[in-house]
Design a protein around this ligand. Structure first.
Ligand code: SF4
Length: 299
């Protein structure tokens, strides 16, 4: 099995106590069975676990939906007391995600993490997919997978064609992509299920008059487009058109909200802040993705 990742993968590290939007706040953290077995014998940990009616174990969140092990300095008490190996799968793995194929696994970093959003939006180089490891085991991908992998390579290459403006790359890849106004993006995103009031404020900025697009940010748009394509064109999503439409719509939406919320010339940090929120609110909810795809009515 081969493992592929974007070339910035190895540059990621959690910024821990410097993170302003820690993933240890606001998310339910489910505990895998093996970790749960270990936690049963450690009273301090076991006392902070709840089990729901379906038998799913998770950490008992405190006020403000904080993980009970997140200390006042923003550090993880479990790591400080027991070392990194104590972490359950979700905590050890976040913000990584994986796409599985017969002959390969693609591993990436989720944009909902503040450090990842900065890494992606601030990257000036064209992203390449690199082979991280290969155990020599050669399963053969089926025809659908082979077609999908090739389509993804070609679409990524087209979105990285810096000889033409980003808007022309969009047209080349997806001629049917509409020019959404601020209000149209608001109407698509506002009715969706939401996690935070901060997202409400960002979306409400779309009700102000003004242009939807931000010009001269082609490299940032390219990096975001490549991220969404790498993540969402996967072996579980054989509807290529929908995944491409969702990916390019997402870049439009992020840039539009960034302009409406932060003004005409947002900084890279401000754009990455909107990208982080978009990812947390939309990308991590299958329902929200499905609703967006339905509303943008591909085809
Ligand atoms: S959001 Fe990212 S940088 Fe922040 S605590 Fe979580 S993994 Fe670390």
């Amino acid at each position: 099995m081969k493992i592929y990742a974007p070339d910035y993968y190895s540059r990621f590290s959690c910024i821990a106590d410097k993170c302003k939007h820690s993933c240890c706040v606001g998310w339910e953290i489910d505990i895998d069975d093996l970790s749960m077995e270990r936690y049963r014998s450690i009273k301090d940990i076991y006392d902070n676990i709840v089990t729901d009616e379906n038998g799913v174990h998770s950490f008992k969140l405190c006020e403000g939906e904080r993980c009970p092990f997140l200390d006042e300095k923003g550090l993880c008490r479990l790591i400080l007391s027991y070392g990194e190996d104590i972490l359950c799968d979700i905590c050890a793995d976040h913000p990584r995600y994986r796409n599985f194929y017969s002959d390969r696994t693609e591993i990436g970093l989720g944009l909902c993490c503040e450090a990842v959003a900065e890494l992606i939006a601030g990257n000036e180089q064209k992203v390449k997919m690199v082979l991280l490891s290969d155990d020599g085991c050669e399963d053969i991908p089926d025809d659908c997978e082979t077609d999908l992998i090739e389509a993804k390579r070609l679409i990524t290459e087209a979105m990285q064609n810096r000889e033409i403006p980003y808007s022309d790359r969009e047209k080349a890849v997806l001629p049917s992509l509409k020019a959404y106004s601020r209000k149209e993006i608001y109407d698509i995103l506002y009715p969706l299920e939401r996690l935070s009031t901060e997202w409400d404020d960002m979306l409400s900025a779309l009700l102000t008059e003004g242009e939807a697009d931000i010009h001269d940010y082609d490299v940032v748009k390219e990096q975001l487009a490549v991220y969404f394509i790498f993540r969402h064109l996967n072996s579980e999503c054989y509807d290529l058109d929908e995944a491409v439409y969702f990916s390019l719509f997402s870049v439009r939406a992020i840039m539009c909200i960034a302009r409406a919320y932060y003004g005409e010339n947002p900084t890279i940090s401000e754009i990455s802040d909107i990208a982080r929120m978009y990812s947390a609110e939309i990308e991590y909810s299958d329902c929200n993705i499905e609703e967006i795809i339905e509303k943008i009515s591909v085809g």
